[in-house]
Write a protein that binds this ligand. Sequence first.
Ligand code: SAM
Length: 287
Amino acid sequence: MATLGNPTNTIAILQKYDFNFQKKFGQNFLIDANILENIIMAAGVNKDDCVLEIGPGIGTMTQYLCENAREVVAVEIDKKLIPILQEDTLSSYDNITIINEDILKVDVNAIVQKKNGGKPIKVVANLPYYITTPIIMGLFESHVPLESITIMVQKEVAERMQVGPGTKDYGALSLAVQYYAKPEVMMTVPASCFMPRPNVDSAVIKLTRHEHPPVQVQDEKLMFNIIRAAFNQRRKTLVNSLNNAANLYLNKEAVLAALETMGLSATIRGEALTLAQFAVLADFVKN
Ligand code: SAM
């Protein structure tokens, strides 16, 4: 079994299996051992942990996870990678389960139940960038028992997750991530650490699940529908954005009255509201 995390052994495996990178699956494999060690450290993986890896690729980070965790479950969509993982790069580990599936279609709650008795797991992944947001939101919204998610994402996306109102990157993703977790950018990773090189710089962000959300809201789903509508048309006033949202059925006067009670201007834009203010607004709308 070849130890991955360097260009030589990565190329050898790719050639042995005549593997062609699939752009549609966002395949950029890590080839830097230092970065891999730092990701494992940032995630705080230890022998008590059950870890879910999304997109193991040829198993580079999976090898590090298998060495450091009690149990690893890796979900990979590309069936061409499965023989490489099973017969070669992960063949000597007995603490790995490989699932050939689309992570967006997998019942992660069932995996956590089966592999960790329903106790919180850690998610560690070098994510396919084209579906970063649905993966993160899917994990949070389906209330998977989670301790943390430590993931490589596009650098701009990592920044978007951490910012607050008044910045151009502030949006529905920032609010959703911050409602569920504490985001911390752990490191930036240059394109030269991947094969093939992506066109963007990357960053590793750790999302540590809040024990309790930082704000109380009666109807979480309604709050996120309001947030999504507010940022769908971010140059419009909040009142107009909500009024135009087909799935909300909101009355303009009711929204104006809520804003007045909250001491906010009738012409305020959604991008100026904090998470706490969106929660108050959602409660007004609900009632
Ligand atoms: N973890 C490997 C590494 O760090 O070298 C590979 C990371 S690569 C950026 C992303 C991986 O996710 C690829 O192996 C790709 O095939 C896989 N992938 C893409 N979409 C997926 C999906 N919907 N479900 C599961 N895996 C997916």
